[in-house]
Ligand binder design. Structure first.
Ligand SMILES: [Fe+2]
Length: 273
């Protein structure tokens, strides 16, 4: 690498904000109220969020998705709850910036991969779902391999949301994709982990970004309701919790020329509406 190339690459950094599972009204409002400030404060080029829990904890509606896109979110990933609302089916079929897991069966509406342009640079965002303690899905590793091979080589900036329960499955995916994508970050557990790092071949990794929503309950639900469900055989509907709202996210810097991550930071920001 010439000195000149080295200098130029210093300035070709794409800064990506990946927001963990946005849960129900508290999470939604926090994103709507803060996304522009976050974009400006951190000089964000690309804002991605996981949207599978936006509507009361289950899926997202077209109007809520439109509102979040209009507020400053560029791409949404999802997971096991994405089709809990039927109206998302025609929406996801036409809105290419709302992803569902790529390893869902062939014929599932929507796509697990988005390729677009950010400040003149092409970027890819991919959504995968795990199989350990999760519903049925195709092998995320085999599908990840296929997806990565399908991305044109000139698309160097590649962001992966691995929506999975088991930490081991997410760690394995990080190693599996190290050097082939810019970042692998996890969602689904709603609990932020503290293991962010750059893997040896240049992939930024974090097992779980954590939940954007109310942290006063149990992963976004009212704590008394959840405790009742754990301590009784009777079923009790768990309402969404409120209070102690936080925005959990990862801030990732990627070298646009090589696709290698330069830095990853965890964010865990209190939010008062
Ligand atoms: Fe999930």
């Amino acid at each position: 690498m010439s000195l000149l190339t080295g200098y130029s690459s210093l300035f070709l950094t794409m800064r990506i904000l990946v927001i963990g599972d946005v849960v129900a009204r508290p999470g939604r409002i926090a994103v709507l109220e803060r996304i522009q400030d976050l974009r400006e404060q951190h000089h964000i080029d690309l804002a991605v969020m996981n949207a599978e829990n936006v509507a009361g904890g289950f899926s997202i509606t077209p109007s809520l998705a439109d509102e979040l896109f209009a507020s400053g979110i560029d791409v949404m990933t999802s997971g096991n709850h994405i089709f809990d609302k039927r109206e998302v089916i025609p929406y996801i079929a036409r809105q290419e910036r709302l992803l569902r897991p790529a390893n869902y069966p062939l014929g599932t509406p929507g796509s697990g991969l988005w390729i677009g342009e950010v400040k003149g640079t092409r970027v890819a965002v991919c959504n995968l779902i795990g199989r350990v303690f999760m519903g049925p899905a195709d092998d995320p590793f085999r599908v990840a391999d296929e997806v990565v091979k399908s991305i044109p080589p000139e698309v160097r900036v590649r962001v992966v949301d691995m929506h999975a329960e088991a930490t081991s499955e997410k760690v394995a995916m990080g190693w599996f994709l190290d050097g082939r994508v810019s970042s692998v970050t996890g969602t689904h557990t709603h609990v932020q982990t503290a293991d962010e790092r750059i893997l040896p071949s240049g992939t930024a990794y974090l097992t779980d970004i954590g939940m954007t929503g109310s942290h006063s309950g149990v992963i976004g639900m009212n704590r008394e309701d959840v405790i009742a469900r754990f301590t009784s055989v009777t079923t009790r509907r768990a309402e969404n919790s409120t209070g102690d709202t936080r925005i959990c996210a990862a801030l990732i810097d990627v070298d646009e020329e090589t696709g290698r991550a330069r830095d990853i930071k965890r964010l865990n920001l209190p939010h008062e509406s």
